[in-house]
Design a protein around this ligand. Structure first.
Ligand code: GTR
Length: 328
């Protein structure tokens, strides 16, 4: 019935079992992709969701998480998910910006005032409406995860003000919002897949990149980029999506179980995230990275005006910005 490898494996296992074949034939193993290494909070949160699902459906539904970009870089795995080749995908909202216009709004620089503000927005009706916005694009939005805040790091010098960024070359996620954000700060943006950043830093193709503490650490970029400036320009939530093609082959009970398990993994992710941030910060600081934390953010915020104007293209998107800003 199902074309992808995960289901094929489940069917093979079922066929080769003599006793209990009927029950096993019904078992579905969903394949989920993640760019991060094993142990990273997003990987562990989806594993946790899989455990809940397995337990609650008595083995009928479970998840295999393919970490470390084993199934490809984010842009490619999104296409595979839309095509029904991949079942689940945990990705940053960034690479969705060109596909699902609503995702550009929470990706805007400085749209969230704090982690609490981001939680209030993404846990409430605004978050629900953004999850729904994935459906016309062949994807079912299941949950948002934390991602701290993204800041610039580089291999050249400590960046202490917006002037220091002028003319420097930064890798960004393959999204126009990210490109426009870096260019609006007077630097030059180079979009490229996550997996290529380490060697691009090492060979000098780029001067720096930007990310949160756990990504800066687990990617080992801190080995080759010794200056980190906490300008905290974006708090782009992570998102867990499912292929609509695969979703449509499942029952209403399956849908309810998947939605609930995804929601229940959000709290787990938040716990893991806090611990990961503290751990990564320590590793990076112990490695001698120079951290600039006393930075005046006002010039950064002011420089983002044209970026907001560019992405508020319809009355609905303008309203989305206003609704996020009005959320307490
Ligand atoms: C991380 C995010 C990843 C990936 C990465 C990147 O913060 O968790 O999904 O998008 O950033 O910069 O490519």
């Amino acid at each position: 019935m199902f074309q992808n490898k995960g289901f094929a494996v489940a069917a093979f296992v079922a066929a080769s079992m003599v006793a209990g074949a009927a029950a096993a034939a019904d078992n579905i193993v969903l394949r989920s992709s993640d760019t991060h290494p094993d142990g990273y909070p997003t990987v562990e949160a989806v594993k946790y969701m899989g455990e809940l699902l397995k337990e609650r459906t008595k083995g009928h539904l479970s998840i295999d998480v393919y970490h470390s970009a084993q199934l490809g870089e984010e842009k490619d795995t999104i296409e595979q998910t839309q095509a029904g080749v991949l079942d689940l995908n945990r990705v940053s909202m960034g690479p969705f910006n060109g596909i699902v216009p609503e995702t550009a709004i929470p990706s805007l620089p400085y749209i969230f005032r704090s982690t609490e503000h981001m939680h209030h927005v993404m846990d409430g009706p605004i978050g629900e409406s953004i999850l729904k916005a994935f459906e016309p694009h062949g994807l079912v939005g299941l949950a948002f995860y934390d991602s701290g805040s993204r800041s610039f790091y580089n291999r050249i010098k400590p960046i202490k003000s917006i002037e220091d960024l002028k003319g420097m070359k930064f890798r960004v996620i393959q999204s126009d919002v990210f490109v426009d954000m870096v260019n609006a700060l007077g630097a030059n943006a180079t979009p490229m897949p996550y997996g290529e950043v380490y060697s691009a830093l090492q060979t000098g193709v780029i001067d720096g990149a930007e990310n949160n503490w756990p990504s800066f650490e687990s990617s080992k970029h801190y080995e080759v980029a010794k200056y980190y400036t906490l300008d905290q320009h974006q708090s782009v939530p992570e998102v867990l999506v499912m292929s609509k093609i695969v979703w449509d082959k499942l029952s209403d009970d399956d849908h309810a179980a998947i939605r609930q398990a995804a929601k229940d993994s959000v709290g787990k992710m938040r716990e893991l995230w806090e611990a990961a941030e503290a751990k990564s910060k320590k590793i990076v600081e112990d490695a001698g990275v120079q951290v600039v934390s006393d930075i005046d953010k006002k010039p950064f915020i002011d420089a983002m005006k044209p970026v907001y104007e560019k992405y508020a293209t319809t009355p609905a998107l303008k309203k989305l910005i206003a609704d996020i800003q009005a959320t307490q």
